[in-house]
Design a protein around this ligand. Structure first.
Ligand code: AMP
Length: 537
């Protein structure tokens, strides 16, 4: 292995055998069915086994849990007290990490305990008294135990901060610092984060000793199996467009991402009203409500989960066929993180992003960040949706036939004595179809025309002001006030946003604009005073 500046320059680890692990850990690895190390494991495990601190940039789905869990287990002494602490942002992630370490340690005599808010503290106190070798917890509850002195970290030799960026985003900085300070200074520290905002690097500098950085490319295995498409939609018809897509795509489990808690709750309500089975997941829910929503989704009782980024952290869901960005993500990292929830573990997945004309720039920014073009598709037509529905009916019938229809044969024979078989089957299909949810039938207008900012060579000196510009345009064209966008007005000229296909008409209105009664410009340079108006489109 060759290192430079703490980064591995040459990769040599090809198999778990190359890592010289103990037979107990090797048994755990094969019981999980892992055959070859994932890149982050090949990079991080040898460094961690040397006892060095690690600063890893990796997303969920890259195999980072085993990357830190394997070195932890290699170093663990049964009955040696709490030797490893893993801090995670959410209860789901803590449970998931704890499960994975438990399974990896199935051939070892050690205990791994998850500790998180929402679970009975008395129960946790009892378990912590027995000194489990590994504790996985969320910051708030860990600090609670430290304050109660029901958790002592003086024997901790390996500390892991998982999804550090998320924990800091959620405001856990102070709690985390207090927890770290309760561990011995000579511990080994590993920190993983999907993104590297300043807060994260500052935390790393403060609490890590010359860490080796391990970076896993974002467009790695997880994302490569995911088909990525975007649809340009009108902001006013976003929900209808989404429903049309759902009708055609038939997700076998889909997560729909929204930007805000309120947006999440509103969209979930609209989808419910339209007959989809859906649950919302956002920060305002109690732990119990979260659990119910997660369970319904996991068991397939609800087909869709509408979530904010923060609420969806650490979800351990393996069967999501679709990730839909109802609101376009803020940055490439969030995009990759969101879509990493589909196409997992060798399964194919679909990632769909809805983009309004004004957000096209944001989409290009994401494409640049992920170094990949996302392909454009058109919202399916109503007849596409009807066609898909019919095919789905045929598949349902074929499935039912394969399961056997014995109980209904008598009734069918009786009906066939009196009616034509085609009429009968058509009636039965109609009944079945009625039970399904309604297809979205709204006419979905193309997101075009896009808007254009027109430069118009008349301004305040010619007696114009924003309201007057709107009046002039609506009086002399068929545009409505809502179709006149932002207006910036200067002394000698102005800029007006209008739909592209109305641009010639609007230009011509002002080309012949009478300057009768106009004032002399107060600011001869023209641009010194700007008056602008933001209008709703
Ligand atoms: P993580 O990023 O830790 O959430 O891991 C993502 C998924 O990959 C989990 O389901 C792991 O069980 C699985 N995984 C981790 N390491 C390997 C490996 N070496 N081979 C196959 N699957 C793995």
């Amino acid at each position: 292995m060759i290192y430079r500046n703490g980064e591995i320059l040459m990769e040599e680890i090809k198999s778990f055998e190359d890592l010289s692990l103990s037979s107990a850990v090797m048994k755990g690895i094969s019981s999980l069915g892992f055959e070859t190390p994932m890149p982050i494991q090949a990079k991080a495990i040898p460094i961690a086994l040397e006892g060095k601190d690690i600063f890893g940039q990796a997303q969920t789905g890259t195999g980072k849990t085993a990357a830190f869990a394997i070195p932890i287990l290699e170093n663990i002494q049964p009955s040696g007290g709490i030797q490893s602490l893993i801090i995670c942002p959410t209860r789901e992630l803590a449970v998931q990490v704890s499960k994975e370490i438990t399974r990896l340690s199935s051939a070892m005599n050690i205990t791994v305990v998850p500790v998180y808010g929402g679970q009975s503290i008395a129960h946790q106190i009892r378990i912590l008294k027995k000194k489990p070798e590994v504790v996985v917890g969320t910051p708030g509850r860990l600090l609670d135990h430290l304050n109660r002195k029901t958790l002592k970290l003086n024997t901790t030799s390996i500390l892991v901060l998982d999804e550090a960026d998320e924990m800091l985003d959620m405001g856990f900085l102070e709690d985390i610092q207090k927890i770290i300070e309760a561990t011995p200074e000579d511990r080994q520290t590993m920190m993983f984060s999907a993104t590297l905002p300043k807060q994260v690097t500052t935390l790393a500098k403060k609490f890590m000793k010359d860490p080796a950085s391990v970076h896993i490319e974002k467009t790695g295995a997880t994302v490569s199996l995911t088909e990525q498409r975007y649809y340009e939609v009108n902001s006013r018809q976003k929900v209808e467009s989404l429903c049309r897509l759902l009708d055609v795509e038939y997700p076998e489990g889909g997560i729909i991402f929204c930007r805000t808690k309120q947006g999440t709750a509103d969209l979930a309500k609209e989808l419910l009203e339209r007959g989809y089975t859906v649950d919302a997941l956002h920060g305002d829910l109690s732990q119990r409500e979260r659990d119910i929503a997660m369970n319904r989704f996991r068991t397939g009782a609800s087909e869709l989960l509408v979530a904010t980024d923060v609420a969806a952290r650490g979800l351990d869901i393996s069967s999501v066929s679709h990730v839909i960005n109802f609101d376009i993500p803020q940055d490439p990292d969030t995009y990759v993180h969101r879509i990493g929830r589909t196409g997992r573990a060798g399964k194919e997945g679909t990632a769909i992003t809805l983009v309004t004309p004004r957000e096209i720039k944001q989409l290009r920014f994401i494409e640049n960040g992920i170094k990949k073009k996302i392909s454009r598709s058109d919202i399916p037509t109503l007849s596409d949706a009807v066609e898909v529905r019919k095919e789905q009916l045929i598949r349902n019938i074929e499935q039912t036939l394969s399961e056997g229809v014995g109980d209904y044969k008598d009734t069918a024979s009786r009906l066939l004595e009196d009616y034509d078989s085609i009429d009968l089957l058509s009636a039965a299909l109609k009944i079945v179809d009625k039970d399904g949810r309604d297809i979205e039938t709204a006419e979905i207008k193309s997101a075009k025309p896009e808007w254009i900012k027109l430069s118009i060579p008349v301004g305040r000196a010619h007696g114009l002001y924003p309201k007057k510009i709107v009046n002039e345009i609506t009086k002399k064209s068929n545009l409505t006030p809502a179709q006149v966008g932002d207006i910036e007005i200067y002394d000698k000229d102005c800029y007006v946003e209008v739909p592209v296909d109305a641009s010639d008409k609007v230009s011509s209105i002002f080309r012949n604009y009478k300057t009768k009664g106009s004032r002399r410009p107060k600011h001869p340079q023209g641009r010194s005073k700007k008056q602008s108006e933001r209008r709703h489109k």
